[in-house]
Design a protein around this ligand. Structure first.
Ligand code: DGL
Length: 271
């Protein structure tokens, strides 16, 4: 049994879709969430900058006595996280491993789509992970940089015409390529899964990276007897920009009111 909290971070709000899944599968865990809202988005930045930001985010979370870190950000998970994970004495998880595994398992025709930020699509992390599991797979990728700002603006409804138009522009080539499985490679995207599904059609299986990662983490912690034995855990939120704005928008991602404190912090930038 290990009652210490799990540290979770993202560039902003998207990682909360993963927090929701963590709470669903491990309701007894305490979670400390950091949203680097002052520097969102990470998805258009260079790999070097993303790694530097990730180090600063992890250093902040480690100022608490946490038992594991989850980079609930597709961009960080595909841009150097594995290089730096070994520098820490606690396990550091990204969201790409579990999602790649789920996609390789789900596909019937071997044609897998991946959507994400520019940095995630530029990286070959998913290609390598999927091809290791399924060498015959073909991976079709599309950067969708307009999705994150649309989600952050709350334009997530299936009846939102702007979202639908943007989604058709991005997703039609993937649909035409005949993918039967689509990885939502950015933790913001579960909020627009309805529109993505409507464009892709009913036969395409969508992979939610946060959901897959939460289940993988539960199994890993259970395997090393490191789950908490609490009935219900607490979640504390830290942000690098306005705490009020975060509280308001976060309820959309968590699908419930943000319970617990939201505090604004300044990250150590010399790391
Ligand atoms: N949530 C981030 C991700 O999963 C996207 C936002 C960003 O570009 O920072 O990639």
């Amino acid at each position: 049994m290990d009652a210490r909290p799990i540290g979770v971070f993202d560039s902003g709000l998207g990682g909360l879709t993963c927090v929701k899944r963590l709470m669903d599968v491990m309701p007894g865990e305490d979670i400390i969430y950091l949203g680097d809202t002052g520097r969102v988005p990470y998805g258009g930045r260079s790999r070097e900058t993303i790694i530097r930001y990730a180090r600063q985010d992890i250093a902040f979370l480690r100022s608490f006595d946490i038992k594991a870190v989850v980079a609930a950000c597709g961009t960080v998970s595909t841009n150097g996280l594995e290089e730096i994970a070994g520098d820490y004495p606690i396990p550091v998880f990204g969201v790409a491993d579990a999602a790649a595994r789920a996609a390789a398992k789900a596909t019937k025709n071997g044609r897998i789509g991946l959507i994400g930020t520019r940095a995630s699509i530029r990286s070959s992390a998913y290609d390598e992970k999927i091809l290791k599991l399924l060498p015959s797979a073909r991976i079709f990728k599309k950067a969708c940089p307009l999705f994150v700002p649309l989600v952050e603006e709350g334009r997530v409804g299936e009846d939102d015409r702007v979202l639908r138009l943007v989604a058709e522009g991005y997703l039609t080539p993937l649909r035409d390529a005949g993918v039967d499985t689509l990885i939502l490679g950015c933790t913001h995207y579960p909020l627009i899964a309805g529109t993505v599904a409507a464009v892709m059609g009913p036969d395409v299986r969508l992979i939610d990276t946060g959901a897959e990662t939460a289940e993988m983490l539960r199994r890993t912690l259970a395997g090393s007897d490191a789950l908490s034995d609490r009935a219900r855990g607490r979640c504390c939120y830290y942000v690098t920009d306005s705490a009020e704005d975060f509280g308001r928008a976060a309820s959309l991602f968590l699908d419930s009111h943000v319970e617990g404190d939201v505090r604004r912090v300044t990250l150590e930038e010399k790391i």
